[in-house]
Each structure stands twice: as C-alpha cells, then as structure tokens.
Design a protein around this ligand. Structure first.
Ligand SMILES: C[S@@+](CC[C@H](N)C(=O)[O-])C[C@H]1O[C@@H](n2cnc3c(N)ncnc32)[C@H](O)[C@@H]1O
Length: 334
C-alpha cells in the first residue's frame, strides 16, 4: 500500500482568515484532520469529508497524550491517507510540532511543515501593539510562562529582565505574579507597561493593561484565564493610539463588556464582576455581569459569543457617549 503523508499546519491564532494559502490548500485536500483546542472550528468546515479527530489540549486536561497523537499521525499516514495536523498559531512555537516531526521521521512518514501566524505576534498586533518600534524597542523575545522545572525548560528571568526591550510570554497567566516579581527583582522598571491580550484576534478579544508592579493583582482581580498573551515593555503604550480591532479595542485598559454597558450619559469608572470598566447610570449592571461571564467561558463559537455580539451591536451605537469617560480610562495606562 502507498504510504500517505502528514502536513503539520499552523492554523493561526484564532481569526480563521489568518491561515496561510498553503495551509488552506492542504486542509481542503485532507482525509484525516487531527486538531487542537485553540483551532477555530470554521476551518474544519473547509474539509467536510475529512475525518476529524480532536487532540486537546487545555492546561492539565489533555484529550490525547502526546505519544498517542504521534502514533495516530503515523498510523493514518501508514494507511495511505493525507493527514493534516492542525495546530493553533505556529506548529513550531510552543506547539510540540518538533516532537511530532521527530516521530514522523523515526517512522519514515513523509511530512511537511506549514508555518502559521503565532499568537505571540498576532495577539499584540490585534491590540495595536508593535513588538518593535523605532526609538522604543529594537528587540523582543518570546518565552513560556509554563515552566516544567527541568533546567532546559527554565526561563532565565534574571538575564531576560533587561536583555530585551519587549517580552512576550505565552502560557503565563497563572504564573504572572511570579514572573512580574522576577522581572522587578532583576531590574525591570516597576512602571513598565504590560498588556494581557485574551482570545486575541477573535471576537472575544479582551485587553487588560497596567504597570508591571500591579498587573499580577489586576489579572487576579479580573480572574483572567488562558489563552492570554502577555506583552511587557514600552511598546505597550502605543496600543492606546494604534489599537484598531473593534471599536472597544481603542480603550484597551477596560474590558469591552464593561465599556459597552449603558454608556449613554457621562461615564464613571466601575468594577463589574471583578473587571475594571466604565458605565453610566443608564446602564444595566445585570447585562454587564452576564456578558463578562460569557467572555470568561472557555471555547470559541458558543452561544455566549452570540450574546456578546448581540450586546455589542446593540450598544455600539451608543458608544460615542463613552468619549466623555474620564481620561485615565481612555488611555492605556492606569
Ligand atoms: C501551547 S501554546 C501554543 C502557541 C501556538 N503554537 C502559537 O504559535 O501561537 C498556547 C498559548 O498560546 C497563547 N495563545 C494562543 N492563542 C491565543 C489567542 N488567540 N489569544 C491569546 N493567547 C493565545 C496563550 O498564551 C496560550 O496559553
């Protein structure tokens, strides 16, 4: 029997329009698709006849262990099938794509790698944050906040603290208070701006900003959960002017949900379900709480998303009144 092949494809960070032309072409010809949790389900509809296998993974909740995923790819390819391994972002950026490629090499299965747009660059871009900017930042590093304890997997925070201008941390929301402490202890300025971009590039994108010395507490108060890209550095300040994705993204220091609620008259700062935002006396607190809860629920494309969109559409027309909100809520900096 003829041996099949495997394509390790980066699906991009969430917005399905960010998959590459090559990735989409291979996806449409796939006979088997093994896909990850953060892959937008609309991409799967591009290969209606393909068998779809969900491979996980949420933190601590792996649908399939990595060696079973590797074995699955090998098995289907050996049966002569065109297999697509569809992974969030880029397969070789904290995606364990290298391990899958090693398993395929060992098994003699032909494969190709189609790079994807990593959340490391896309989430900041959709928040209006360039990772480098003339006169502000000339270097950046992408690191994991999920360290496994083994030496090779440890991040050298002491050296990183001042070695690069912009730090991008993936899988770091749980460890954020510790990461901030490490960076402060090793020379990063307390007032360094930080942005947390949750569900970047999707309709559920939320951006929370603050100073390095307070961001851990703010994230905890907001009960911000994965997936979050953390951006640390002076470039974060540019987001206040350059945010373009969605009307609310122009005010990245508040949650879209809180902004959207009842900004008919003069706006006042509020905390809704632990999240900072603005509201006016005409707004509905119950509606705000419902939408904030929807934003927190994991998994894209749920009915909760629809309710967020509906609420957004209903209130977008009134959002002009939010221009009267206090200046400190308009700027990215607290
Ligand atoms: C296992 S890593 C995979 C990264 C992926 N290979 C990439 O290049 O984007 C998963 C982490 O990526 C980040 N991430 C992925 N998609 C995201 C999104 N749409 N918004 C924010 N963070 C995201 C989060 O930090 C999440 O915990």
């Amino acid at each position: 029997m003829r041996i099949g092949s495997v394509a390790l494809i980066g699906a991009g960070p969430g917005d399905p329009g960010l998959i590459t032309v090559r990735g989409l072409a291979l996806l449409r010809r796939a006979e088997v698709i093994v896909y990850d949790r953060l892959v937008d389900r609309r991409l799967l509809r591009e290969a209606r006849r393909a068998r779809r296998i969900f491979a996980g993974k949420a933190s601590g909740d792996h649908a399939l262990p990595q060696d079973e995923i590797n074995a699955l790819l090998v098995e289907h390819a050996r049966r002569g099938r065109r297999v697509v391994r569809l992974k969030g972002g880029d397969p070789f950026v904290f995606g364990r794509g290298g391990e899958e490629a090693e398993a395929l090499t060992a098994a003699g299965v032909p494969f190709e790698v189609v790079p994807g747009v990593s959340a490391a660059v896309a989430a900041p871009a959709y928040a209006g944050i360039p990772l480098t900017h003339r006169g502000v930042a000339s270097s950046f590093a992408v690191v994991t906040g999920h360290e496994c304890g083994k030496d090779r997997e440890r991040v050298d925070w002491a050296r990183l603290a001042t070695a690069v201008d912009t730090l991008v941390v993936l899988m770091g929301v749980v460890a954020l208070p510790r990461i901030a402490r490490e960076l402060l202890a090793h020379g990063r300025a307390p007032e360094t701006p930080v942005a947390l971009v949750r569900w970047g590039t999707t309709e559920r994108q939320v951006v929370l900003t603050g100073r390095l010395d307070e961001i851990g507490a703010r994230a905890r108060a907001a009960r911000l959960e994965s997936p979050v890209v953390i951006v640390i550095g002076d470039v974060v300040a540019l987001g206040a002017r350059l945010a373009w994705f969605g009307r609310d993204a122009r005010r990245p220091d508040v949650t879209p949900a809180a902004i959207r609620i009842g900004c008919r008259g003069p706006c006042i700062p509020v905390v809704v379900a632990g999240l900072p935002g603005v509201a006016s006396p005409g707004g509905s607190a119950a509606g705000a709480v419902r939408i904030v809860a929807a934003l927190r629920r994991p998994g894209p494309n749920t009915s909760a998303d629809r309710s967020v969109r509906t609420a957004a559409a209903r209130t977008r027309a009134r959002a002009g009144a939010c221009d009267r909100m206090p200046a400190r809520f308009r700027s990215a900096r607290a």
